[in-house]
Design a protein around this ligand. Structure first.
Ligand code: TXA
Ligand code: MG
Length: 319
């Protein structure tokens, strides 16, 4: 018997009683429940205020658990799973009939991943069932990258937020489906397009709503702060030409002059896109809590995780 923390014990007990528990992953915190419990899954949709057509990701701790869930595992899916699991990669695969329709929004596919967080991997190893877990934020709001963010959203609705520290990757998993065995990207995420292509070859990208009937969650407005938010090419020139008084700024590596210190969020002074991605949501949460007139975000370089960051900023600023 391994020694496990009292909070993991509590989480095991609650999940076995068909309750919903917030869990840490390396990307964002999730709202987790037993995929086979209708009660738990309905509570997830209810707590999140999420429409039922938008399917959930199923989390497992080992590839052999997929035998019970998927009917096909294309060669390139295997290559990607070997390269990136445990980690921020979600694969969309043909489902077996035993996977409840409530999880998949009635689709014939299921989204699966093995997360890379020691607490949640330990939890999953002690359960007899996989966990469905969407990000632990109300529909369309900023995803949580700390237990504090989850508590601020849902304190009264959850019996337990399992502590796992700050999420290291900081934006959601990259979602990949397959058409005729070839990979298609449905959501930019914590694994860069270039990294996926190195393993699985050229990737079609279909992550905009018009082009992604396959990924019903990809709404234009998503991940949004309550404060009006704008994406600009040049923060300094915006500040010089605006009438807004209380301005917050999200910058890649350079400090923004002329604003109060707490209103400036520099995501990576060293100019590292991975570090910037890991800090993006906490910066948005912070600025959104200050009661500002507007949040200005700088467009990031369109390479590596810069593409994923720009995608989230575009959805955060879409009206
Ligand atoms: O990093 C993550 O993926 C986090 C953590 C908690 O694992 N989870 C997450 O879940 O971001 P959620 O529910 O916020 O986003 C899941 C996305 C949605 O856009 C949904 O439409 C898509 O996955 N999805 C789920 N099942 C699908 C399916 N069968 N076909 C196409 N898209 C699917
Ligand atoms: Mg989400």
């Amino acid at each position: 018997m391994s020694i496990i923390s009292s909070d993991i014990h509590k989480a095991i007990a609650l999940l076995n009683q068909e309750e919903v528990v917030a869990i840490p992953t390396e990307t964002v915190y999730g709202l987790a429940g037993n995929i086979y419990s209708e009660k738990a899954i309905r509570k997830i949709f209810d707590v999140k205020q999420r429409p039922l057509f938008n399917p959930l990701i199923v989390h497992v701790h080992a590839v052999d658990q997929l035998e019970a869930l998927v009917s096909e595992f294309p060669e390139k899916a295997r290559l990607l799973a070997d390269a990136f699991w445990p980690g921020p990669l979600t694969l969309i695969l043909k489902k077996k009939p035993s996977v409840p329709d409530l999880i998949t929004g009635g689709k014939d596919s299921v989204a699966v991943r093995i997360p890379r967080h020691p607490v949640t991997l330990e939890l999953l190893r002690h359960l007899d069932f996989p966990l469905a877990a969407p990000s632990a934020n109300p529909f369309n709001r900023i995803s949580p990258t700390s237990s504090k963010h989850v508590e601020a959203y849902f304190k009264d609705r959850l019996k337990l937020v399992l502590e796992g520290g700050d999420c290291q990757a900081g934006i959601e998993s990259t979602i990949i489906g397959f058409e005729d065995g070839e990979p298609v990207l449905y959501r930019l995420g914590s694994i860069a397009v270039e990294e996926i292509e190195q393993v699985a070859g050229p990737l079609s990208i279909r992550n905009k709503k018009e082009h992604a009937p396959e990924a019903p969650g990809m709404l234009a407005k998503h991940y949004a702060p309550q404060t009006k938010t704008l994406l600009v090419e040049d923060i300094d020139s915006f500040i010089q030409n605006t009438d807004y008084a209380r301005i917050g700024a999200i910058s890649f590596s350079e400090y923004v002059k002329g604003l109060e210190e707490e209103r400036v969020q520099v995501l990576s002074p060293a100019g590292d896109l991975k570090e910037a991605a890991s800090n993006l949501y906490s910066a948005l949460h912070k600025l959104d809590s200050l009661g500002l007139d507007i949040i200005i975000a700088q467009r990031f370089p369109e390479e590596g995780l810069g593409k994923s960051i720009n995608d989230r900023l575009e959805r955060a600023t879409s009206s």
